[in-house]
Ligand binder design. Structure first.
Ligand SMILES: N[C@@H](CCC(=O)N[C@@H](CS)C(=O)NCC(=O)O)C(=O)O
Length: 217
């Protein structure tokens, strides 16, 4: 039986592949593992059936052979550990790739999500204009370090790994913000990730869900 993941029935990102099921789809495509998708509405996500899979009432989740996982990083790690292709064989190189997974989710994503949350939900607050540049500076601090570290190599530590997969999905969240413009090597890094055939299959699959939901009204 193929694993089953959950995704938004109608993603608020309008098919831009920013929802976190994209990482899981991409990882599954990279390792050549077919999968099924259970689509959930915002209402269903908060009900007990889904919360049994994801206590916080969010997507994505992953179910396979009686194993249920939540947290996109944990799911990608599970896929990478149980298939060849997303983590190096060498133990030390593998540990470094896992470190980049944590760096993406634990060090780079939080300031980006904080900024996104402000731009979506806090625009009307009296302190919004004052806070926004502070949030942007926190992101820039991270990007400065990432950009210097990446330099002119293709991926963060040797061959493409689950660390790069997560980092690309995290950086994509900055989209058309303009924040990435100061670092052409990071934009090129994202473009390299997006050019991978597995990425493109994953992107097309999540976009098809959004388009089908939009046609349905
Ligand atoms: N840390 C979690 C975050 C999951 C998350 O924030 N999912 C979003 C979609 S990308 C969601 O379900 N949002 C709806 C909500 O929180 O109500 C992960 O990486 O899986």
């Amino acid at each position: 039986m193929p694993p089953v993941i959950t995704a938004f029935e109608k993603s608020p990102d309008r098919g831009r592949g920013l929802a976190r099921d994209m990482r899981v789809r991409w990882a599954l495509e990279e390792v050549g593992r077919p999968y099924d998708v259970r689509l959930v509405s915002f209402t269903k996500m908060k009900q007990s059936e889904h919360r049994a899979r994801q206590p916080f009432g969010q997507i994505p989740t992953y179910e396979e052979d009686g194993l249920t996982l939540f947290e996109s990083g944990s799911i990608v790690l599970h896929i990478a550990e149980s298939h060849a292709g997303l983590l190096p064989e060498d133990a030390q190189a593998r540990a470094r790739a896992v470190t980049w997974m944590f760096a993406a989710l634990n060090t780079v994503e939080p300031p980006i999500v904080e900024w996104e949350t402000a731009t979506y939900f806090e625009r009307e607050r009296p302190w919004y204009r004052e806070r926004l540049p502070i949030l942007e500076d926190r992101i820039r601090n991270r990007l400065d370090v990432l950009s210097a570290r990446l330099g002119d190599v293709e991926w963060f530590d040797g061959a493409f790994s689950a660390g790069d997969l997560l980092m690309v999905t995290v950086l994509r969240r900055l989209g058309s913000s303009g924040i990435l413009e100061a670092h052409p090597n990071l934009s090129a890094y994202i473009a390299r990730g997006e050019a991978r055939p597995a990425y493109q299959r994953a992107f097309a699959a999540q976009l098809a869900v959004f388009l089908a939901a939009s046609e349905g009204g």
